[in-house]
Design a protein around this ligand. Structure first.
Ligand code: UN1
Length: 496
């Protein structure tokens, strides 16, 4: 299923045959390749090489570093269809979303290229005569990237393109569930390196390994920044370990994203947004819509319309024009069924959620998306289940809706559908949504790369991608220069 694809993408057959770790496609559950997991002991050597590459790369002018990323963006444009298809095969995304993910990589390349000429610092007024102050942004070192199966290529690209223009080297530990797309990214990046000519060896490397390998990356003091995307459980381990050695981390963890659906909302738009946000990527985005907080006066209509849309949505092989592909694996299916059982126990009324196509694909896990009407925000609703389950709760007044939006442990994405300007503004105000993303008349998922991406509370607080997220990939230095013939002290201190 993947040999021709991997070959076109430049991955040598030796990298995905005869390994000790089978790679399954969620499309039918079959084994499509086997990769060799590297032991944790192999990680140190890669970091050492990356460290060496960093020491050369940090003095290359940033716009020249941007040229490497520009070339990478060109390579990605050329291989978009193949890489997108590989994402579909390995992560189960429908064709449109596989392509969209590669487009997200291309977009961040463009952003990073521009950024390579805009790593601006401030000039600061000195209180002393004949002095000037400024702030310089310097490369940081080796950046460790840990990514999840659900965005197997874009999240790496957000981190790596910024890290590279900022003058850093990268060591990447992808999910064990998606090693092939990682190998393909590495092969494509090498094409860009070849065109570029003189980049230091080992500038961006991938570790195909398990948890222990990830831990070796997390614990290595030569890695000043670890950017980790995945579950809150993973972040709870990574964050403190990195902090214990005074490293920095960018954590992008679980979400429990809500939509407030107000009585004035354009319901046609809202229902379409619910559909894409809740069932896109089979409910396996960190930005997936998991809760709808709907005004009681429109609740029945909304639920009826969403159910009708859910009933029509085509489920099946993600490469064949369906809208919902498979869940990543059996454990994920089991977690979904467990959550639905709990929801029933907690008073929920479940619609959908059953396994589909089990006869055709006994080893793959396709599901009908579920809508669950809940009597309130019970325990199961406060928990992120990485599957297409949408909890619906009614509200009567706007304060209550806002409270429900915020009363979960996670804080990634949120949105409101309303045509009432006051509600929209309150939702985005200091006393409104407590999430990193708060949209008006747009669903919770599918953010553009130009904004900073990430969220608060158990989402981990990190920001990746656009805006000034690049600053996390650099070290800040305050410079004061005396160009006078005196030595005045700050705070007017006299010390003769
Ligand atoms: C993720 O699920 O980890 O906003 C990232 C979105 C995508 C990124 C999701 N641009 O849905």
């Amino acid at each position: 299923m993947v040999d021709g694809l991997l070959d076109r993408l430049g991955v040598p057959a030796s990298a995905y045959t005869n390994g000790n770790h089978p790679v399954h496609t969620p499309i039918d559950g079959s084994v499509i390749a086997s990769v060799q997991l590297e032991p944790a002991s192999a990680v140190g050597a890669k970091i050492a090489q990356a460290q060496q590459a960093f020491e050369a790369w940090r003095t290359v002018p940033a716009p020249r570093r941007g040229e490497l990323v520009r070339l990478f963006g060109e390579v990605l444009r050329e291989y978009k269809a193949d890489l997108g298809e590989l994402v579909s095969v390995e992560a189960g995304k429908i064709t449109q979303e596989g392509l969209g993910e590669v487009q997200e990589m291309i977009d961040i390349c463009d952003f990073a290229v521009g950024l390579s000429r805009q790593l601006y610092g401030l000039t600061i007024a000195s209180e002393r005569p004949g002095h000037h102050m400024r702030e310089s942004w310097h490369p940081l070192g080796v950046v460790g990237v840990i990514s999840a199966f659900n965005f197997p290529v874009a999240v790496w690209a957000w981190n790596t393109t910024l890290a590279l223009v900022c003058g850093n080297a990268v060591v990447w530990k992808p999910s064990e569930k998606t090693p092939l797309t990682a190998l393909a990214c590495q092969a494509l990046f090498e094409k860009a390196l070849a065109k570029f000519g003189d980049a230091p060896a080992g500038l961006s490397q991938v570790i195909i390994g398990d948890r222990d390998a990830g831990q070796a990356l997390v614990d290595d003091p030569r890695v000043p920044l670890v950017s980790a995307t995945g579950s809150t459980r993973m972040g709870r381990e990574v964050g403190p370990r990195v902090a214990a050695r005074f490293g920095r981390s960018i954590l992008e963890l679980g979400g429990n994203n809500a939509m407030i659906l107000a009585p004035s909302a354009d319901l046609d738009l809202a229902v379409r947004a619910v559909l894409f946000s809740a069932v896109g990527t089979a409910g396996q985005r960190c930005t997936t819509l998991r809760r709808v907080i709907v005004h009681r006066s429109v609740k029945d209509e909304v639920v009826a319309r969403v159910k009708s849309a859910y009933g029509k949505v085509r489920i099946g092989d993600p490469r064949e024009g369906n809208l919902i592909g498979p869940l990543i694996d059996k454990a994920s299916y089991q977690a979904m069924q467990d959550a639905l059982a709990r929801a029933r126990d907690e008073g929920g009324q479940v619609f959908g959620g059953e396994r589909q196509l089990a006869e055709q694909y006994p080893n793959a896990y396709y599901v009908a998306p579920a809508i669950v009407e809940m009597p309130g925000q019970t325990e199961v609703v406060r928990h992120e289940t990485f599957a297409p389950i949408l909890y619906v709760m009614a509200y009567d007044d706007f304060d209550e809706a806002l409270r429900l939006n915020n009363e979960v442990p996670q804080g990634l994405s949120s949105c409101i559908f309303t045509t009432d300007l006051r509600e929209a503004e309150r939702f985005q105000s200091a006393a409104g949504s407590d999430c990193g993303i708060a949209n008006v008349n747009i669903g919770t998922s599918g953010a553009e790369i130009g904004g900073a991406f990430g969220g608060e509370k158990e989402t981990g607080g990190g920001r990746e991608s656009g805006s000034d997220a690049w600053k996390a990939y650099m070290r800040r230095q305050t410079n004061t220069v005396n160009y006078s013939r005196e030595l005045p002290l700050a705070q007017g201190i006299v010390f003769d």
